[in-house]
Structures are given as structure tokens and as C-alpha cells.
Design a protein around this ligand. Structure first.
Ligand SMILES: [Zn+2]
Length: 405
């Protein structure tokens, strides 16, 4: 049996399995490992063969279950007496320094965490607590970040996501080509924006060709600072959101005016002006056709918004620029104030809208990650800190090499 477990654990000389004890009542297997005395110890810092000073206090590690028996390893690990580094506890081949689990158990736990619908489900399957799962994910992310290759990063996305209820945000930097989160910072501030860029070296930043971003000025400033050569590409979905908001403001104002005159034409129509008409139910389509022909301000605002979507389809910047000039002129003459305000903002940012036609990037890739990130948030009740959340984001959305070797 000793030999069998030695094989299972992959430990060899000078480590040996000294005893295996089975506790039937407790459903537990304990494997005692021992160091063959006389073998030189190895300094964990410099790998030099040293004499043995003494042994550290006995420790246990959780291993993969044996036939549903919780399996633990016990060992007294020798301390090397290194002439350079002093007395140091040796590294063991079955576990990471400081880890309370064997590498095999950690690898298995990572697999279960990745495959489970929720972290608590994984905890249940593994028979571990939340804190332990968090520690396993932390070590996995640390390994993954050490091994991560970032020299080929070309197109990035900067984005914010809501974190917790209310007005709490996080800032994300994503690799759009690989669809992976590179880093996350708490808050949505200039400081957070600069913070996520620290994940790249100066050389790697110089390789960045384009960054998709919303129209928020501190994000734009940060990109100019961190990667001045990169094209800034305003995210078209954020632009749509601004246009939608303007249409909604026009509707609210007009609805108020109509109501004051006893006219309820716009009552209950909010969604109609915001939805994509292609998704209308038949009765919504009929209702919308009728409203569109009523010479309403909101109908003109809606038409301007719809028309703008053509902008993204142009093949050349020159043609798109001409289109924008016409569209801008039309909106300016419309006297629809909320829309004019958005048009003016888009005019100021036109150069960073035209870059879309060259790179065709949006933060929609981040949106794909979004559902995963959101589910991590919803599982995040009782989170002690943003840092735990960041570890989970990188664990599940960082596409990192997580497994111990
Ligand atoms: Zn040493």
C-alpha cells in the first residue's frame, strides 16, 4: 500500500511513504511521508545542497480523495542550513510553498471551480469553504499572471462595469483580440484608469494599435498618456446609448407639453422609440407606424438616431465624414436640443469615431465577458473586498494558465 500511494502522489526518493492509516469511522486516509535521513537538504532559495539543521513542525496537506475518503498527507519537512540564506524549510514536491493542498488537489479544485455554475457549488463538491476556494483561485491567478504573455497585445478595450448595487463601478482593461480581461481596478476614476495600464510594460504599451473606449474624458486622457500612438476608437454602443437618451429626453418633454393640452398620444410609448423596430411584435409595429406619421418631435429625433447607424457602415473615412456633415446639419436645424447636444459632442469626437472604420472594434467583446462578470458579482454577496472580486474576474475571464505544474 505504501508503494501504491508513493506512485499515486508521484513522490520519490529521498521522500518515502512511511505509513498509510485508514480511519474508517472518520472516512479518512492519512499518508505519512518521511525524508530519508542522510540525504542532503536543498535550500529553497538557491537550490544548493545543504546539511540538515532540523525539521519544521509537522504539517498536513489535503490531497485528492481516495474512494470518497478524505485524504491527507502528513510530513515533517527538513530545514536546510544554507551558508548564504540561513535556516530554511525545504520545498516539497507535492505542494506549493505555504499551500495547504497538494498540487494534484489544487489542479482538481481549479477544474471543478471552472466547470461549476457557482463557486458555492464547487465548494460543496470539493468539501472546502469559501475562504479556501478564494485562496486556491488567488494562487492560480498569481501563477497565471506570472506566465502570461502580453507581447502580442494590439487592440484593447477600456470599460467600466457596475460593481455591487448603486453607483459603484470597476474599471476594466481587456484584450479585444483574445477576449480576455487583462486587469481590473476598483472605482471608475482617472486613478483607476491609469492603474489598469500598469499591467503592461512600456514596450508592450508601445505595441498597442487601437483602444475601444466610451466617451468619458478621463479614460480618453489616460489612453493618450499611456499609449499615445494608439488610435482611440469610441465604442459605437456607447454612442447609441447617448442618442437613445436624447430621443428619450425629447419624448419626455414633448409628452409633458401634449399632456398639458390634454393630448395622450405619447402615453406608454417610451419603449417604442428605444427598441429596434425589427424586434417589434405585430401590434407594436402597427402602433409605431401610426405614431411615426404624426409629425411628432420625438419621431424626428428617432429618425435622426436611426439614420446615424449608417455612419458605422461606411468603407472610407472621407465618405463617413461627408455623411456626418449632412447628418449634423440636419440635426442642428431640427432644434431638438438634447439631440443637438449629442451631435455637438460627436462632432468634437469625430476623429475618434472615424477610427472605427479602420479597426472595427467595440467593447462588445467585453459585453460577452459581461454576463460572466455579472454572475461573479451576483455570487459576490458578503464579499470582503474588491480584491477578491478582481481575483475571480481574472480567474474566470483572464484566460490564464492557472494550473500548477
Ligand atoms: Zn541558499
Amino acid at each position: 500500500m505504501q508503494k501504491h500511494y508513493a506512485l499515486l502522489l508521484g513522490v520519490g526518493s529521498p521522500w518515502e511513504v512511511k505509513a498509510v492509516s485508514m480511519q474508517l469511522e472518520a472516512k479518512r486516509v492519512e499518508i505519512e511521508l518521511g525524508w530519508q535521513w542522510g540525504s542532503a537538504a536543498c535550500c529553497p532559495e538557491c537550490q544548493r545542497a545543504c546539511s540538515i539543521h532540523d525539521t519544521a513542525a509537522e504539517r498536513t496537506w489535503r490531497h485528492l480523495d481516495t474512494m470518497q475518503f478524505e485524504t491527507r498527507i502528513r510530513a515533517q519537512v527538513p530545514r536546510a542550513d544554507c551558508p548564504e540564506h540561513g535556516v530554511r524549510t525545504m520545498r516539497v514536491p507535492w505542494a506549493a510553498p505555504g499551500g495547504r493542498f497538494t498540487l494534484l488537489f489544487e489542479a482538481f479544485a481549479i477544474e471543478v471551480l471552472l466547470a461549476s455554475a457557482t463557486i458555492s457549488q464547487a465548494c460543496g463538491l470539493l468539501g472546502i469553504g469559501w475562504g479556501t476556494a478564494q485562496a486556491i483561485m488567488e494562487r492560480a491567478v498569481e501563477r497565471g499572471l506570472d506566465r502570461r504573455e502580453l507581447d502580442a497585445v494590439r487592440r484593447l478595450g477600456m470599460d467600466e462595469k457596475s460593481f455591487r448595487r448603486g453607483q459603484s463601478y470597476i474599471t476594466l482593461l481587456t484584450d479585444l483580440d483574445e477576449g480576455r480581461v487583462l486587469d481590473a481596478e476598483a472605482e471608475r476614476t482617472q486613478e483607476a484608469a491609469t492603474g489598469v495600464w500598469l499591467t503592461l510594460t512600456p514596450e508592450q504599451k508601445e505595441q498597442v494599435e487601437a483602444v475601444a473606449v466610451d466617451l468619458w474624458e478621463p479614460f480618453v486622457q489616460t489612453i493618450r498618456q499611456e499609449a499615445p500612438q494608439a488610435d482611440i476608437v469610441h465604442d459605437r454602443y456607447h454612442v447609441s446609448a447617448y442618442l437613445n437618451e436624447a430621443v428619450d429626453q425629447v419624448r419626455r418633454q414633448e409628452h409633458k407639453e401634449l399632456l398639458a393640452a390634454g393630448d395622450e398620444t405619447l402615453t406608454g410609448t417610451r419603449q417604442l422609440w428605444l427598441y429596434n423596430p425589427q424586434n417589434f411584435r405585430p401590434e407594436q409595429a402597427t402602433e409605431f407606424e401610426r405614431l411615426k406619421d404624426l409629425n411628432l418631435k420625438v419621431a424626428r429625433a428617432w429618425a435622426a438616431k436611426e439614420l446615424f447607424s449608417k455612419f458605422w457602415e461606411y468603407g472610407s473615412a472621407a465618405a463617413a465624414r461627408r455623411f456626418f456633415k449632412d447628418w449634423y446639419g440636419w440635426v442642428s436645424r431640427s432644434q431638438l436640443k438634447p439631440l443637438v447636444a449629442v451631435a455637438q459632442m460627436l462632432k468634437r469626437r469625430l476623429a475618434n469615431l472615424l477610427t472605427y472604420l479602420k479597426h472595427h472594434i467595440t467593447n462588445a467583446v467585453t459585453e460577452g465577458l459581461n454576463s460572466k462578470i455579472q454572475s461573479l458579482k451576483s455570487a459576490a454577496r458578503g464579499f470582503r473586498s474588491f480584491e477578491n472580486y478582481r481575483i475571480r474576474i481574472l480567474f474566470f475571464c483572464g484566460k490564464l494558465a492557472l494550473y500548477p505544474q
